[in-house]
Design a protein around this ligand. Structure first.
Ligand code: PLP
Ligand code: COI
Length: 341
């Protein structure tokens, strides 16, 4: 394998860095071209691209992990490929086939293998697949052409502190509409969240938590991550709603909670007024991994779960098991790991 680039792996944050290769495939006249790796990280697109005006774009996020024996592997890329297809269907973009998606991820990781953080550093290689509507178009309608691309960036923790509890506040803003695009990973959801995020950070919180847009009584999302809570009865509870993003990390944790930790797993409403039913709580996602929630502020009152400074024991077990699977130290359920090198 090529020599690693000289980076301080342990101090990486979740920030962009240009790596050497990205994958690009273009869709025109009803089909995707063969795709290729390129070095240029600048895209030239029509000023009339639907991605620029009407938000016709979607993206994904997944990671490559170094294993103890020096290998590199992906975690559940098929699930990202399938979710991207769902996003494409929602905003009328052509699907990128699952097998080609996985192959493109492998190509990008292999070509940038010298950027994959070594085992034990806590850092990973984040892959950002995306599809944008391009070509000349003015009316509000699907684009005549599309670009699928994947770039890769070595990253550290999304929330400062990584596996240390952080506090969140309930936002007055909605992230998504009841029958809107909340379950699709489309850029508009994130543009709409920027102000809410900024206001939470100004007040000293890591991010905000969104309630359900219809009744504003149930927890939906923790910034760009899903929510889970642990009850004193050894239950793993997570919200069920058509307007949250179906998190691959969340579904993986549900499996781990049930099969490894022998917990009862329930997807159901999580009422903000009953938030003290949880003795531990966390945010989960590819970027967030598992971020323990110290406390949540709602209507001027702070509810603290396990502790504002210490990670709860169940959250820690979930984190260790998921992380162990991702780096190959713990046996993975069938189909979860795709070897690259
Ligand atoms: N919710 C939102 C809004 C997200 O952006 C993400 C990140 O992808 C998640 C949840 C977590 O999803 P996953 O675990 O698939 O990364
Ligand atoms: C991810 O976890 O992959 C995300 O997409 C979250 C965020 C950086 C948008």
């Amino acid at each position: 394998m090529s020599k690693k680039v000289d980076l301080d792996w342990g101090s990486l944050s979740f920030a962009y860095m240009k790596t050497d290769f990205r994958y690009i495939s273009r869709w025109k006249d009803g089909k995707w071209d063969d795709g290729q790796l390129v070095e240029d990280n600048v895209l030239a697109i029509s000023e009339a691209s639907t991605a620029l005006h009407y938000g016709q774009q979607c993206f994904e996020g997944l990671k490559a992990y170094s294993t103890k024996d020096g290998g590199i592997q992906l975690f559940r890329p098929d699930q990202n490929a399938l979710r991207m297809i769902q996003s494409c269907n929602r905003i009328m973009m052509p699907e990128f086939p699952v097998e080609r998606f996985i192959d493109a991820c492998k190509q990008v990781v292999e070509a940038n293998a010298h950027f994959v953080p070594p085992y034990g550093t806590g850092a990973t290689l984040y892959l950002r697949p995306f599809i944008i509507g391009v070509g000349d178009n003015l009316g509000v309608k699907p684009a005549p052409e599309y670009i699928f691309s994947i770039f890769a960036v070595p990253v550290g923790p999304y929330f400062k502190g990584g596996m240390a509890p952080v506090n969140f506040m309930i936002s007055d803003f909605d992230r998504a509409a009841p029958y809107g695009t909340g379950a699709a990973k489309v850029g508009g959801n994130y543009a709409g969240s920027l102000l809410a995020h900024e206001k939470a950070v100004e007040r000293g919180f890591a991010d905000c938590i969104y309630l359900d847009p219809a009744t504003h009584s149930k927890i939906e999302e923790v910034g760009a991550a899903n929510f889970f809570g642990i009850t004193k009865d050894n239950q793993f509870i997570t919200p069920k709603s058509p307007s949250i993003l179906p998190s691959i990390t969340k579904y993986s944790l549900m499996h781990i909670a049930e099969n490894h930790l022998k917990m009862e797993v329930i997807e159901r409403d999580c009422y903000i007024e009953k938030i003290d039913e949880f003795i531990e709580a966390g945010a989960c996602g590819t970027a967030a991994v598992i971020t323990p929630i110290g406390g949540i502020e709602y209507k001027g009152k702070m509810t603290v779960f396990h502790s504002e400074t210490e990670v709860g024991p169940i959250t820690k077990k979930l984190y260790d098991t998921l992380g162990g699977i991702q780096v190959g130290d713990v046996e993975a359920p069938e189909g979860w790991i795709v070897k690259v090198l």
